[in-house]
Design a protein around this ligand. Structure first.
Ligand SMILES: [Zn+2]
Length: 340
């Protein structure tokens, strides 16, 4: 550590839990953040300021005006230019701390690129907005023995849970399968910026212990916070399930690309998401989407206009998204408005 580092991180080094040894470990650490929305942008800024030496930020979306309410890294100019979040985040993080290494990757995390993007990580932080990606992270992290920290926030509620492979319950020990049907999302149920930063902070508390070389201090518990009605509840996570398909039987189906609903281009500027095992109640979905744009629905299909996109959703879960030819954007819109 240089003299400048000692000065810069002095308040953290004086903190007995970290000290100079912990700071040195933090400076050598490699963290990957999957998703750079409300959770991910707060995580990235906090870790950069703390001197986490190597940060990778993966995100498939572009900055929009509606992001600015809660996504701490971005500014109006980023939204005006519709910059990729990963690129805007990389630039801003480099300005916050030029002595660490940061790279932003504009990509959709998939089974085929997981090894390349996550393989070197000491820690993976969940900043995603969908369960499909969380189950993929869980499979990858358990298969490689990399710790990861689950986090989610919607409305005024959120939760976080650390997963230390081999030691604590993994995501599938607790939730064997992703939730089905239509899920509330930040687009349909809204979200308070403070619940997102609070959940990110709980994730970061555990992240700092892991990156400072003290993973033994991480307690296997689930933290649930409801910030509007009030209340924080921390419960011990259940013990590892010896029969868990992921950490017990070591089956990793989410690492097989064929597991995902395939996405195909259809027409010049449209993408089809071939989800067929996700029955959707179109009447309930209509109620959720009506405040957000024009919705027309009958028993066969629901059409949702939200410029520049037009989504047609079928009762079996299939969707055609007009207005893009980018499969990552199509998956993202599906996750936002239908839930995943
Ligand atoms: Zn498990």
């Amino acid at each position: 550590m240089t003299g400048a580092d000692r000065e810069r991180y002095s308040r953290q080094i004086f903190f007995a839990g970290i000290g100079e040894k912990g700071q040195e470990a933090l400076l050598r650490s490699r963290t990957v953040m999957v998703g750079c929305g409300a959770l991910g942008s707060f995580q990235a800024a906090a870790l950069a300021r703390a001197g986490a030496g190597d940060l990778t930020i993966i995100d498939r979306n572009y900055v929009e005006p509606s992001n600015l309410q809660r996504q701490w890294l971005f500014e109006e100019a980023d939204a005006c230019q519709a910059l990729p979040k990963a690129a805007a985040a990389e630039r801003r993080i480099a300005a916050i701390n030029s002595s660490i290494h940061v790279r932003g990757i504009v990509a959709d995390l998939t089974a085929s690129n997981a090894s390349e993007l996550l393989g070197d990580a000491d820690l993976i932080l969940d900043g995603t907005d969908n369960f499909e990606t969380r189950y993929l992270i869980n499979d990858f992290a358990v298969s490689r023995g990399i710790p990861w920290i689950y986090g989610a926030a919607v409305g005024s509620y959120g939760l976080s849970m650390p997963v230390l492979p081999g030691r604590t319950a993994c995501l599938r020990c607790v939730y064997p399968n992703p939730p089905g049907g239509v899920q509330p999302t930040c687009e349909t149920a809204g979200v308070l910026n403070v619940i997102a930063s609070l959940i990110a902070s709980y994730q970061l508390g555990d992240a700092l212990k892991i990156l400072c070389g003290r993973p033994d201090l991480v307690r296997p518990r689930i933290t649930r916070v409801e910030i509007w009605e009030g209340g924080t509840r921390q419960t011990e996570a259940p013990p590892r399930d010896p029969d868990c398909p992921t950490c017990g039987r070591r089956e990793f189906p989410y690492l097989e690309e064929s597991r995902r609903a395939p996405v195909t281009l259809c027409g010049r500027n449209a993408v089809q998401v071939h989800e067929r095992e996700r029955p959707i109640d179109l009447t309930a979905l209509k109620g959720r989407l009506e405040p957000l744009g024009e919705v027309r629905a009958n028993e066969f299909a629901l059409r949702f206009l939200n410029a520049p996109y037009e989504m047609t959703i079928f009762p079996d879960g299939r969707a055609i998204i007009k207005g893009t030819s980018d499969p990552g954007i199509a998956r993202s819109l599906y996750a936002r408005y239908i839930g995943q």
